[in-house]
Design a protein. Structure first.
Ligand code: F6R
Length: 576
């Protein structure tokens, strides 16, 4: 999704902004632009990759020590140069980059039209630039305070004012924004986009505005100066490099044993972290939901109670049943997913105690929840999550308590073995002709099946269905015909009999079954199989998902897909 970078310092800001925009690329974007302060503000924008923006800058260089930049992932208005940020006020006084959604955009457009200004773009963001110039009487901080008080919705704003060409102004509401300090001062929606020399950051809180100079920042709340806590940054995305791998996804897959080991040994958690209360609900989106679902049997065993697992976007609109004394665990790799954050707020309103499991310590989710437990996956650049998923399963294993401690400790070694077994999937693209692929499993294997299908869909664009093995016969089996690929995941020896039946049902209809299993009996019943090491059946998704990730990767590679940046997808989905 959209990304913001800003820099003011004693050197040319343009390379800093371009490097920052490149570091933001992984979030998904369709256009990008920068604005540089000087005698007047200059903007350069381009649709498509950052490289086309760079070409424009090579053709007509711009230099200046203070600027802002943006990668846009279109919501309001198509990806065109006109809709690309930064947006300028009609008088040329202000340039604005914006992440989030201005919900009262229509009313505000009417207001600026009354003032004789006609918006040029289809975006909800442009209006902010015009409001700033209407609200300005010589002090940009005051103008920003007035303007943000008119905005409804979510926003992270970076602003330049032509009258103060060394300063950047910022405002935050329900969309992340960080200030970084090093050789100059930086603004970004994502710590991974900050330059390497940034050694301290301030995480802006909702309702805060800020003025950045080359020597630091001043933070305000409702127009009054407030303290601004500086902390050590936990991630540096600019440090993330391919290290010889062709794609971040492959690199991150191979980082899983280490990432799981870090998660279970170097604990980063709040003070009270643990399972408590009279009921438990797990919430997430996409892969985080799948990780939660795969651990339902584990947490039911650990708590001795039934455990609910909900998609964040569905939980929000479910009946508001009071839940005092109950606990809600919210999983999010990024800690910035809008649906999950809204679900955390809603859970608190219903009376749940809230616990975040996230990979980003300084994230909105950790601040929204009562308590947190951090996975230690390290920066994840590939849009399709891999180590994010497996470290979430490991973190849920930690939460499940001492009964599972030894099984949790085995996970890094087992993940290593699963990586080796997955090497057998190289050059497997040939299995798939674009028709639907099924992934089936029961219990923890069902969560892994959903995750396997999601991985294949998102990076290869092949239709895939993750299904509870017992459900196949209730309708979806009508899609099985000669050669239909079915991935059968079976890691629980107690389910071998049932799984053999499901496999036979598929094969009878001509389906081609690839087993992902630790059981020789299951493997023998399949057309081919990836052999997993034996793994605790309630934590098995951290291991069984690895060949599924590799399968998706190899298929996408064979089809020539843009593996790390699949079409239409964003790394961190910051709109509901
Ligand atoms: C799939 C994927 C997404 C995310 C989902 C939630 O590979 O990455 O499905 O899992 O958007 O993101 P987080 O975990 O950051 O809340």
């Amino acid at each position: 999704m959209c990304g913001i970078i800003g820099f003011t310092g004693g050197r040319n800001a343009v390379p800093v902004l371009i490097d920052g925009l490149k570091a933001l690329e992984y979030r998904g974007y369709d256009s990008a632009g920068i604005a540089i302060a000087g005698e007047k503000i200059t903007t350069v924008k381009s649709v498509g990759r950052i490289s086309s923006l760079e070409k424009k800058l090579e053709a007509a260089p711009v230099v200046g020590c203070c600027g802002i930049g943006h990668t846009r992932w279109a919501t309001h208005g198509c990806p065109t140069e006109g809709n690309c940020h930064p947006h300028m006020s009609a008088d040329g006084k202000f340039a604005v980059v914006h992440n989030g959604i201005i919900e009262n955009d229509k009313e505000l457009r009417a207001l600026i039209r009354e003032a004789g200004i006609e918006p040029k773009s289809d975006t909800d963001s442009e209006v902010v630039a015009h409001l700033l110039s209407l609200d300005y009487d010589g002090d940009p901080v005051e103008a920003l305070c007035r303007t943000v008080s008119r905005l409804k919705g979510s926003f992270a704003l970076g602003v330049l004012c032509a009258d103060r060409p060394d300063e950047i102004y910022a405002a935050k509401m329900r969309s992340p924004l960080l200030i970084g300090y090093g050789d100059g001062t930086c603004l970004s929606s994502d710590g991974t986009a900050m330059p390497r020399d940034i050694n301290e950051i301030t995480v802006l809180a909702d309702g805060q505005t800020a003025r950045l100079t080359k020597d630091g920042a001043t933070v305000y709340f409702r127009g009054k100066q407030v303290g601004c806590e500086r902390i050590k940054p936990t991630v540096s995305g600019r440090a993330a490099s391919l290290s010889g791998y062709p794609h971040f996804m492959l690199k991150e897959m191979y980082e899983q044993p280490e990432a799981i080991a870090r998660t279970i040994s170097t604990e980063c958690r709040g003070k009270r972290t643990g399972l408590k209360g009279t009921g438990l609900t797990l919430i997430g989106c996409g892969s985080s939901y799948n990780a939660a679902l795969s651990c339902r049997p584990l947490l039911e065993r650990a708590t001795g109670r039934s455990v609910e697992v909900a998609l964040a976007g569905e939980f929000l609109y479910s009946e508001r049943v009071p839940a005092y004394g109950k606990q809600c665990v919210l999983l999010s790799q990024s800690g910035e997913t809008a649906d999950t954050i809204a679900a955390a707020e809603e859970a608190a309103r219903r009376g749940y105690g809230t616990l975040a499991i996230t990979n980003v310590h300084a994230s909105t989710l950790t601040r929204t929840c009562d308590d947190y437990l951090c996975t230690r996956a390290g920066p994840e650049i590939s849009v399709a999550t891999t180590k994010g998923f497996t470290t979430q399963v490991a973190a849920l294993g930690l939460l499940a308590g001492s009964e599972f401690a030894s099984a949790v400790r085995e996970l890094p070694g087992l993940a290593e073995k699963a990586l080796q077994a997955s090497e057998g999937l190289k050059n497997t693209a040939g299995y798939f002709d674009g028709g639907c692929v099924f992934f089936m499993g029961r219990g923890a294997d069902y969560g892994a099946a959903l995750e396997g299908a999601l991985k294949l869909k998102e990076i290869s664009y092949i239709p895939a269905i993750g299904i509870a093995a017992g459900e196949l016969k209730h309708g979806s089996i009508s899609l099985i015909e000669k050669g239909t690929p079915v991935i059968a995941i079976c890691t629980d020896d107690r389910l071998i009999g049932k799984s053999l039946l499901s496999i036979a049902t598929v094969k009878t209809r001509g389906g081609y079954v690839i087993g992902v299993t630790s059981s020789p009996e299951i493997a023998a019943a399949c057309d081919e199989a990836i052999m997993l090491p034996p793994v605790h059946p309630m934590l098995s998704a951290a291991v069984s998902v690895i060949p599924l990730q590799r399968l998706a990767y190899e298929v996408a590679l064979g089809l020539g897909r843009d593996i790390d940046k699949p079409r239409n997808l964003a790394k961190s989905v910051t709109v509901e």
